[in-house]
Design a protein around this ligand. Structure first.
Ligand code: ADP
Length: 426
């Protein structure tokens, strides 16, 4: 036996029951289409209306456009059409008067807008609610509901529908703002990505240029140095004192140029010319570097280099050698004349990273130069006081950043400097 209750439609839930769900769903709406979907069908169901539509004011502010419909038969000629925003049609009138309009039956609608029926070409056989939507003082459109037969709008229904129009306007405003914001974020992200790409490209170009220039300059510089050497050995005695001084300057400048070009070549190769990252015992690298440096600097000037226990890290061994070499040799070079250099290398574990410290007791650095010294060619002293090219720390920074780490310093003038850098654990 068929269940008689199956064919009986469920009675509409009381209007007040609809609010919490509707408001919650509207708050989550991200697009205007979400808002239409959330508003239209549930409202039709709640009020037993037959159809509904949303008309929005277009960009010109002079037209209304039907942007969503629910319940109208496909292609049906309805009361709600695109058209000029004027008080001669109910949707425009509700906006112009800034109030909801309720037409209880076709007669009341036909009397208010006599020309509508002839324009649409069919009887206005429905009751309608026309709800204006505003964003602040700005009219954004109307929400309309049609009923299949004369309909008395109770006070409670009228309140519900007015509030529905207002909530729909708020949700639309929020959805548009969100969409605008998302579009802006997308545009900014794209711009940032483009800029990063452009920077990477121009960096690569500069590196390539620096590489070619420094590489090609090596041969002529070698020639200048070797001929200056020949001149000194074979003909210096034939030159007067001034001539010998000139020759000495040529030889010295040639050697400085050779160091500059060599360092520039190293700088330009950090990102292109490297070995794979591997487990490297930093104590061994430290010993190699110190032995190499001991040949001239450490012994020559009475400096000492010591270390605490050092870890195994996951790096390019050759670049770690370069890093140690530059930082330790700087620690030895920039010592105070009255105090032999003492450089100590230590390391502490910090989660996934090892934080190294290269500490000296040298001349120190004023805080205002903490950033500048990492830029290529930036030096704080003339070459007569401290020989150098101003490239060593720029190379260190590139090496550390290539390994995903950070390089920074703490320093006190006339007390000493500590350079810190982080490298990944193995
Ligand atoms: P260079 O030593 O060839 O001049 P660097 O890039 O290694 O180039 O260093 C840049 C500048 O930073 C140096 O000219 C020097 O003024 C300063 N500096 C670097 N290391 C130290 C240090 N340990 N103590 C004091 N000053 C330093």
């Amino acid at each position: 036996m068929p269940d008689p209750s199956a064919s009986v439609p469920a009675p509409p839930a009381p209007l007040t029951d609809q609010w919490p769900v509707l408001i919650e769903r509207l708050a989550a709406a991200r697009t205007a289409e979400d808002v239409f979907r959330i508003i239209l069908q549930p409202t039709l169901d709640a009020l037993q209306a037959i159809a509904g539509a949303v008309l929005l004011v277009d960009d010109s502010g002079e037209h209304l456009e039907v942007v969503a419909t629910q319940g109208h038969a496909e292609g049906a000629q309805t009361l709600w059409q695109d058209g000029p925003l004027s008080g001669n049609v109910p949707a425009g009138a509700a906006l112009a008067r800034r109030e909801a309009l309720f037409f209880h039956d076709a007669q009341s609608l036909g009397q208010t807008y006599p020309e509508l029926e002839s324009r649409i070409g069919q009887a206005l056989s429905v009751a309608s609610a026309v709800l204006p939507m505003f964003e602040g003082d700005h009219p954004i459109g109307t929400l309309v509901l049609d009923f299949p037969e004369p309909h008395h709008f109770s006070i409670q229904e009228q309140q519900f529908l007015r509030t529905l129009g207002a909530q729909c306007a708020i949700a639309l405003g929020r959805a548009w703002a969100t969409q605008q914001l998302e579009a802006q974020v997308r545009q900014r992200t794209q711009q940032l990505e483009d800029r990063t790409l452009e920077l990477q490209r121009s960096n690569a170009e500069l590196e390539q240029f620096a590489y070619i220039a420094s590489h090609d300059l090596q041969a002529p510089i070698r020639t200048v140095i070797s001929f200056a050497g020949l001149l000194t050995r074979k003909y210096a005695s034939q030159l007067d004192e001034r001539g010998q001084l000139y020759l000495h300057h040529i030889a010295q400048s040639g050697e400085h140029m050779q160091r500059l070009v060599g360092d520039l070549l190293t700088f330009s190769r950090v990102n292109t010319d490297h070995s794979p990252k591997d487990a490297v015992a930093t104590e061994e690298v430290f010993d190699t570097v110190v032995t190499r440096l001991a040949v001239d600097q450490v012994r020559g000037e009475g400096g000492t280099v010591s270390r605490g226990p050092l870890p195994v890290v996951c790096v390019d061994a050759q670049q770690l050698d370069q890093l140690f070499q530059n930082l330790i040799s700087n620690g030895l070079k920039y010592h105070r004349p009255e105090e032999p250099a003492q450089v100590r290398v230590s390391a502490e574990q910090d989660g996934e990273w090892w934080r190294f410290a290269v500490k000296d007791n040298g001349i120190g650095i004023e805080p205002q130069y903490f950033e500048r010294i990492f830029e290529i060619f930036q030096r704080l002293h003339d070459r007569e006081t401290y020989e150098g090219t101003g490239i060593g720390l720029a190379v260190c920074k590139k090496i550390v950043e290539r390994h995903g780490g950070r390089l920074w310093l703490e320093s006190e003038p006339q007390q000493g400097t500590t350079f810190f850098f982080t490298l990944p654990n193995c």
